[in-house]
Design a protein around this ligand. Structure first.
Ligand code: QAP
Ligand code: CO
Length: 173
């Protein structure tokens, strides 16, 4: 088991479009295990492979209070999207930033599990928001892309400042 490093906005690698998974093998199970471990360690509710610099269509989420209900979606496809809801989103790749985003209220999705078995599920509320947010990552899209360019620039500056303050002078990569 290993923790993975999470890419942070505006890292250009977050813009990579993920490819479908073709091999449901031991490497894939190891990736899913490490992504879940990383998500739980960082107190996240969702994580896409793009965020750990793996450009395959894999996402994990757990919106439960107990943090014991991991869900895995491989090669996910939206079948139906209905209604509208607004939720204040955050992202492990955009730490400390939260903003309202409008998305579908209800979605029906088809995906494969880690064994390659196809399944369909209907999600609503926070689960639906989380799935749509993570599916965006697989297309190289971030929740800050829904904000105005001015707000996105403010986010960029705020993160740059936070990073400067977190690092001793001269030690930046
Ligand atoms: C996506 O986000 C999401 O800024 C998952 O300092 C967010 O897990 C889906 C996190 C909201 C639906 C609603 C963010 C942790 C976690 C931070 C996350 C932070 C620490 C974000
Ligand atoms: Co995110």
């Amino acid at each position: 088991m290993a923790l993975m490093e999470i890419l942070e906005f505006p890292d250009p690698r977050l813009r990579t479009v993920a490819k479908p998974v073709e091999a449901f093998d031991e490497a894939l199970s190891a990736l899913v295990r490490d992504m879940l471990e990383t998500m739980y360690d960082e107190k996240g509710i969702g994580l896409a492979a793009t965020q750990v610099n793996v450009h395959q269509q894999v996402l994990v989420m757990d919106t439960s209070d107990s943090r014991e209900s991991p869900r895995v979606f491989i090669n996910p496809r939206l079948l139906v999207a209905d209604g509208v809801q607004t939720y204040e989103e955050g992202c492990l790749s955009v730490p400390g930033i939260y903003a309202n985003v409008e998305r579908a209220e209800q979605v029906r999705v088809e995906a494969r599990d880690v064994e390659g078995e196809r399944f369909e599920v209907e999600l609503e509320g926070l689960d639906a928001v989380c799935l749509q947010h993570e599916m965006d990552h697989l297309q190289g899209k971030l929740f800050v892309d829904y904000l105005s360019p001015l707000k996105r620039q403010m986010v960029r500056k705020k993160l740059e400042k936070a990073r400067r303050q977190a690092m001793p002078a001269g030690s930046q990569a």
